[in-house]
Design a protein around this ligand. Structure first.
Ligand SMILES: [Zn+2]
Length: 274
């Protein structure tokens, strides 16, 4: 499951290569054929994301895409306007004179009406990647919940776009115990989580990587500012997939357990704040 930064990155990429052009829109697989015919040859206005939801605005209509667990939306250069061959099961192809974007295996791909868009967004929590997003609705949900903060951070109706890696890493960075109920979390801790997600996920959008170790985050932020990104950063995270290793902050062993179907990694030694 991609995390929200990769959807925002994809939306930016699609906007960069298609906005202002009137691409061919087809469904090589056929399942989206009648909808594609309504979009074909119309002006591609923009793509945008909220959390893990992606929207394409083409010719006054909006397509909602959710990649789900296995979906992929690949943008390739179609050199010289030569259409690349279709490989695999392509639900949606967008093609202009220079680029092709192929959508395979999405959970959702359909044209939606304005009221449906409002409804979809209303069911999502605030998205840390939206400039100026108001975190208060997420705080209000935390305050009412007996579910653990570890579980709540994965709930897209609480905060949109957070996946498992950011969930584990932000709790470690903020020293918060993942098992504490949402309603026990202090406002200052929540503010720390939110500000950290804004920062980390923005680094993710620009680099295309989930980077959470502070030295690497600082290095990546400097590289983003100067426009020179490295291919790799030394160590992308602290606890995610580091179970059995010693915590670099306190020396305790990093642990792992299943929580709501996903592997939670944390340090029981130094993650004790509420
Ligand atoms: Zn520790």
């Amino acid at each position: 499951m991609p995390e929200g930064h990769s959807l925002h990155r994809l939306a930016r990429r699609l906007t960069a290569v298609f906005a202002g052009t009137s691409p061919q829109v087809t469904s090589p697989q056929g399942r989206f054929a009648s909808s594609a015919a309504l979009l074909d040859g119309h002006l591609f206005e923009r793509a945008w994301a909220h959390g893990k939801l992606l929207f394409l605005e083409i010719g006054g209509r909006t397509v909602h895409v959710h990649l789900g667990l296995i979906g992929k939306f690949d943008v390739t250069h179609a050199a010289g306007g030569i259409e690349p061959p279709v490989t695999g099961i392509v639900r949606l192809r967008i093609l202009n004179e220079q680029y092709a974007a192929d959508l395979r295996g999405p959970m959702v791909c359909r044209i939606v009406e304005p009221l449906e868009i409002e409804d979809l967004i209303a069911r999502q929590g605030p998205d840390p990647l939206q400039p100026g997003a108001d975190p208060n609705p997420a705080w209000a949900k935390l305050q009412r919940s007996t579910k653990s903060i570890g579980e709540l951070l994965m709930d897209q109706s609480v905060i949109a776009g957070v996946g498992n890696i950011y969930r584990c890493e932000v709790l470690y960075r903020q020293r918060i115990g993942p098992a504490y109920a949402g309603r026990r979390i202090k406002r200052a801790s929540f503010d720390g989580i939110w500000a950290d997600l804004v920062r980390l996920m923005n680094v993710g959008v620009h680099t295309g990587r989930i980077i959470t170790v502070e030295e690497d985050v600082i290095a990546a932020e400097q590289d983003i500012a100067s426009g020179r990104l490295k291919a790799e950063y030394d160590r992308p995270n602290y606890v995610y997939q580091h179970d059995g290793e010693a915590c670099e902050r306190c020396g305790s062993t990093i642990r792992m357990r299943q929580l709501a179907g996903r592997k939670l990694y944390w340090c029981g030694g130094c993650q004790r704040r509420t």
